[in-house]
Design a protein around this ligand. Structure first.
Ligand code: 3HC
Length: 690
């Protein structure tokens, strides 16, 4: 019998309706699968029923298999059997999609004989983003409905499509306005009245013309080589579809299931699932709930129109906020506005924004030299020069001019926000909103709560992050917060390895081979090696400073660790000579480093710093630290983030390696403890309610 908690059977004349109601997202857990099988059996056994409608209550259609079941032994009925049962029904099965039909959800829909969708519905096979392939016939039914090329793209990239495109491709039969269930019933009545027979996707082959077209698969792989780098699932999906689309359906689905199960047990899927849930977990902050009062934020003032300020302004503008951009000098203000205009024009040129929307967005921007305009804002974000006196000066002025209930935020990357807040008469209104460059693109927002930030300000900031489509991670105050504090450790490590004998090019090659978009030296070049450096304050004690002394300031002047020829990095013999001389001057006899040793130095001290951040309460959970690195620094998602990866490597091995690395690498007390207890960061999070 269907579990009453998740499903009910209703009737409308001769149409049976299976209503699935399993919040929050109608995931296809065991009870839901059983309910679907039961509904098909009941409808077929009941002579008074002519057709079955499958409908999901709540905010969405089936969002997919229940990912929380993945770590456990599978319990029947298995999803492929459920889909086959629906498809085999002798009586027509009609379904209607609203919200999202994803993964197993779309597979169920494709097993139904007729599919309808609401105008806002989304459909896709995002399994690849969880490191798996579809496991219930998706790789076989989708190409039968929309053709091989498009199905390959949707399955290997995982991006969903909208209802209009789905209709055009033939994935759905009609788009329905108004109440979805009523529309489905009406459609079902027509099917019955017309005597239309079940139309089974698996029996179709009219769109499989390209199934044996090897070139199509080769070209697809070649075109996406960069995107698929390091990942197991996309290549497995392409290989499976290439091999099976010419096979009998049942055999193909069996092989697909095998591929799905193999990937599901692999390390990448485990890590990608961790990343999925870590992102959602980060939004939960103990003590902050639905009942925490929020402040209404519609108008935002951004102080400083430099790279960061104009990027932050754009992030808000693009999400429909009004923005006041404030500068002290006209030239700086003009530069910021030009940056914003250029980005909007580029969005229009690339078809990502309509001209009309760009014009409306631009109209929502008020550039000004009048600081007093902050009085109009619900939220003020300061993004000026990274110097305590400068920031405190701004906050003193904000205290005079901003509304008493306005949120006062700083975008500082390293400074003590308690100190910044202390110059105001309302420290409870002060918070850190640390954006990552380019602020209109990078997904991460570190939300830094001071000793005095009120719950209401924090809750409002978290809502705000969602409104501008950022992933927020809450941190407490310390030097560099979560991300930059760990990055600083890697910088120190980089200098130490360069001095000891490693080449900057080997460091980058190893770190990029691990999966980061750029190694530490290339990042230094990109950011500018002379950040905070002047000839007067140069100590000449680091390779970085020596490069600045050679006027090698990074990409911006065509020379840093690399020579830049037409913007492309090339190894520089002059840099290697300088590093040699630097070592000699310091009395260091260079030694060679193997790739594994380099990688350990690039990763383990950072993980160790992560453990300190956790034990000091700067981060709420180890998984929050992972989210910071995944969304702010391009950490390879398929490893799950630094702390999850540390668990996979094994904490005792990390402790041992840190001890081997010697002074400056002492393992954090928490790391030692977890290693000694045979525990892990995942376990630590669980024990702490994460
Ligand atoms: N399984 C289990 N839990 C899920 C889930 C799933 N497939 N999808 C979402 N959830 C949970 C979330 O963890 C979250 O739980 P929480 O409230 O306890 O944190 C809750 O549902 C709500 O999710 P979101 O916060 O993400 O809600 P949104 O409204 O922002 O987004 C969504 C909704 C677009 C459906 C989004 O949740 C999503 O993309 N889900 C995953 C879809 C997916 O990847 N499906 C494929 C699964 S694999 C599969 O189907 C294999 C098959 O081929 C055999």
């Amino acid at each position: 019998m269907a579990d009453e908690q998740v499903a009910r059977i209703e009737r409308d004349g001769a149409i049976a309706i299976c209503v699935i109601d399993s919040p929050p997202v109608n995931a296809l857990g065991q009870a839901v699968r059983q309910a679907l099988v039961d509904a098909v059996a009941q409808a077929n056994a009941d002579a008074a029923v002519d057709a079955l409608v499958i409908h999901c209550a709540g905010r969405t259609y089936f969002a997919g298999a229940d990912v929380r079941e993945f770590g456990k032994p599978p319990v029947p009925p298995h999803l492929p059997d459920v889909v086959n049962t629906i498809e085999a029904s002798a009586k027509p099965v009609i379904t209607v999609i609203h919200g999202s039909a994803l993964g197993g959800g779309l597979e169920v829909a494709m097993g139904c004989h007729f599919r309808l969708a609401t105008p806002a519905a989304k459909m896709g096979l995002p399994e690849v983003t969880l490191g798996i392939m579809p496991g219930a016939g998706g790789t076989q039914r989708l190409p039968r409905l929309i053709g091989v090329a498009k199905a390959l793209e949707m399955t290997a990239h995982g991006a969903p499509i909208g209802a209009a495109e789905a209709k055009e491709l033939g994935l759905v039969d009609a788009i329905v306005e108004g109440d979805p269930l009523q529309a489905a019933l009406e459609f079902a009545r027509t099917v019955v009245a017309d005597g239309t027979q079940p139309r089974r996707t698996s029996e179709r082959d009219d769109k499989l013309g390209d199934a044996g077209n090897a070139a199509l698969f080769d070209e697809f792989l070649a075109k996406n080589a960069r995107k698929f780098r390091g990942l197991d699932a996309p290549a497995a999906i392409v290989a499976l579809m290439r091999k099976t689309l010419t096979m009998p359906f049942a055999e193909a689905v069996r092989l697909e299931r095998e591929g799905f199960l193999a990937l599901r047990e692999g390390p990448q899927s485990k890590a990608l699932r961790h990343a999925f849930f870590a992102e959602r977990e980060a939004a939960k902050v103990p003590g902050i709930g639905k009942d925490t009062p929020r402040l209404k934020i519609e108008k935002v003032a951004v102080i400083g129109a430099g790279t960061m300020g104009s990027g932050i302004a754009l992030a808000f503008l693009q999400s429909g906020f009004e923005v006041i951009l404030i500068e002290v000098a006209q030239a700086g203000l003009d530069r910021g506005v030009t940056t914003i205009d250029k980005t909007l024009a580029k969005n229009v040129a690339q078809g990502r924004m309509s001209e009309d929307k760009a014009a409306r967005t631009r109209n929502a921007l008020t550039p000004t030299l009048e600081f007093e305009k902050v009085a109009e804002a619900d939220l003020v974000i300061e993004a000026v020069f990274e110097l305590m006196e400068v920031k405190q000066d701004i906050f003193r002025k904000l205290d005079l001019h901003a509304r008493p209930d306005a949120i006062l935020a700083t975008n500082t990357s390293y400074l003590d926000i308690n100190e910044i807040a202390s110059v105001t008469s309302r420290p409870q209104q002060v918070i850190g909103l640390h954006f990552f460059s380019p602020a209109n693109i990078m997904k991460l927002l570190e939300v830094v709560r001071t000793d005095k930030t009120s719950d209401s300000v924090l809750a409002s900031a978290l809502d705000l992050a969602k409104a501008i489509r950022k992933v927020a991670v809450v941190a407490r105050v310390c030097y560099g917060f979560i991300g930059n504090r760990m990055l600083s450790v890697r910088r120190v490590e980089t200098e130490a390895l360069l001095l000891a004998g490693a080449s900057p090019y080997d460091l980058d090659r190893v770190v990029e081979g691990f999966g980061m978009a750029m190694g530490p030296c290339r990042i230094g070049d990109l950011a500018g090696l002379d950040l905070g450096w002047t000839p007067e304050n140069s100590t000449g004690n680091t390779v970085k400073e020596r490069l600045c002394e050679m006027d090698r300031r990074g990409m911006k002047n065509g020379a840093g660790f690399y020579d830049y020829v037409d913007g492309k990095p090339q190894e520089s013999p002059a840099v290697l000579t300088m590093i040699d001389a630097f070592r000699a001057e310091k009395g260091v006899t260079p030694r060679s480093f193997g790739d594994e040793e380099i990688l350990q130095h690039m990763l383990y001290p950072m993980m160790n710093e992560g453990a300190k951040i956790l034990e000091e309460g700067i981060a709420l959970r180890a998984s929050d630290i992972d989210v910071v690195w995944l969304f702010g620094y391009g950490w390879p998602r398929w490893t799950g983030g630094p702390m999850f990866l540390a668990d996979q490597i094994g904490l005792p091995a990390i402790v041992e390696a840190l001890e081997r690395m010697g002074p400056g690498h002492e393992p954090a007390a928490l790391l030692r403890r977890l290693a000694a207890e045979g525990s892990s960061f995942v376990e630590y999070d669980k024990a702490n309610g994460g």
